[in-house]
Write a protein that binds this ligand. Structure first.
Ligand code: NAD
Length: 438
């Protein structure tokens, strides 16, 4: 199949490269010329494991191209995917569809009859209808519009794309269904479940999935608070419930609250849809509140571990990206924490294995270290914010030697209290006994 991918960000680039790897001919289009130049020079604009090799091998086979020219990009394409950003609109949290509609209007000028337009961006229910309306308004006829939400996770994006739990396709006509079936055939043969639904159903499915995962995280975070009050261990509670197949073990890790480019904005957008249709979603609304409060309260944990005053204290922060294996800083829990530490007069020295460049655009007045031990040097406390693998195997004795104050605040429960204490560190985890609460 010949495929065009409009938007070459985390989702568009990974999806485009994976489709090419399936054997399709893919052209990725982006209006950001710096991004396209960098890709054409062999440099990845994002950090994602395995991506560079995948892009390179498919370019060499002549199956993957990059351009800023939309007309050239979609020439002869049987399917055009839209994978542009849909951030939260400032003020109300509605999904900002400016990029999607802009892309559709540009597309309308050059698209050929018979093409299938597929929305891969996460878009509110009814966006497919609106895309159809815009195309009609621009005089385009005989084009199908389908929804194919993406469920990949940054940091494991290629594996997720190639071995998905399921593929959801929302199509209201047979042509769109047939084209998408052909595009995903290699996965279909691997027995990845492919679910065909009405277009609106597919659009809502993506929001329902992310909202449910967000609920799980907020749920276990509240249970963690209860564990601290009653002297129970949330790690064991999570395991005890997660082994139940009806519950499942994933997304039951207590921590500093969820962040990233999807859950915060998608939960807000779901609430906007609910408002628009007059159907309250109390569980999701509460989840958002719980998470906002949680992220804002992490500074108290650090402060409490230091006796309640942060002024003049030096805080080493390990991990800034919203999760490991990505450089994505969007809505990362590190942002409110680091900003609050600085506001309360602490000095921050931070280290992240790959997100420094992104972080430098966000934080002012903090120092960046080149490894965990340098960050820890002369600090009063070490705070683990993102659970990169390399933070799971720190030499705790060496950390304790570097630190001025012997305190470890482990917001990801990476370490066992006894190991930390054996190294001479006072240990504060999340939901692991009666300590660390605000
Ligand atoms: P991103 O910001 O990384 O990339 C979007 C790209 O689209 C940018 O490179 C931008 O320059 C380009 N773009 C915008 N308007 C354009 C236009 N008119 N023509 C050509 N290019 C244009 O975004 P992302 O993280 O890849 O997310 C894209 C969509 O996928 C969002 O709706 C998001 O919610 C959804 N999604 C993201 C993830 C994730 O983990 N990042 C996972 C699943 C779904």
């Amino acid at each position: 199949m010949r495929i065009a991918m409009i938007g070459t960000g985390y989702v568009g680039l990974v999806s485009g490269a994976c489709f090419a790897d399936f054997g399709h001919k893919v052209t990725c289009v982006d209006k950001d010329s710096a991004k396209i130049e960098s890709l054409n020079a062999g440099r990845m604009p994002i950090w994602e494991p395995g991506l560079e090799a995948l892009v390179k091998s498919n370019e060499e086979r002549g199956r993957l191209k990059f351009t800023t020219n939309l007309q050239e990009g979609i020439a002869n394409a049987e399917a055009v995917f839209i994978a542009v950003g849909t951030p939260a609109r400032r003020g109300d949290g509605h999904a900002d569809l400016t990029f999607v509609f802009e892309a559709v209007r540009e597309l309308a000028k050059v698209i050929r009859p018979g093409t299938v337009v597929v929305t891969k961006s996460t878009v509110p229910v009814g966006t497919g209808d609106e895309i159809e309306r815009i195309l009609r308004e621009e005089g385009v006829t005989d084009v199908s519009v389908a929804s194919n939400p993406e469920f990949l996770r940054e940091g494991a994006a290629i594996a997720d794309f190639k071995h998905p739990d399921r593929i959801v396709v929302g199509a209201n006509d047979q042509r769109a269904e047939a084209v998408l079936k052909e595009i995903y055939r290699p996965l279909f043969l691997n027995r990845a479940p492919i679910l065909f639904t009405a277009r609106r159903t597919a659009e809502l499915t993506k929001y329902a999935a992310n909202a449910f995962l967000a609920v799980k995280i907020s749920f276990i975070n509240e249970i963690a608070d209860l564990c601290e009050a009653v002297d129970a261990d949330v790690q064991d509670v999570a395991r005890g419930i997660g082994l139940d197949n009806r519950i499942g073990a994933k997304f039951l890790h207590a921590g500093p609250g969820y962040g990233g480019s999807c859950f915060p904005k998608d939960t807000l957008a779901l609430l906007q849809t609910a408002d628009k249709f007059g159907v309250d979603q109390r569980i999701v609304r509460t989840t958002v509140e719980v998470n906002d409060d949680r992220k804002a309260s992490m500074v108290e944990r650090v402060s409490n571990a230091l006796g309640g005053d942060l002024k003049g204290k030096r805080v080493a922060v390990l991990g800034l990206a919203f999760k490991p294996n990505t450089d994505d800083m969007r809505d990362a829990p590190s942002i409110p924490l680091v900003n609050a530490l600085v506001e309360r007069g602490a000095e921050v020295s931070a280290f992240d294995p790959v997100a420094r460049e992104q972080a430098e655009k966000i934080f002012t007045g903090i120092q960046f270290a080149s490894d965990a031990y340098e960050a820890a040097a002369d600090a009063d406390v070490l705070v683990i914010v993102t659970e990169w693998d390399e933070f799971r195997a720190l030499e705790l004795d060496r950390i304790a030697d570097s630190l001025r104050g012997k305190v470890l605040v482990d917001l990801r429960n990476v370490y066992d209290r006894k190991d930390a204490e054996a190294a001479g560190l006072a240990y504060y985890g999340v939901g692991r006994g009666s300590f660390g609460r605000a």
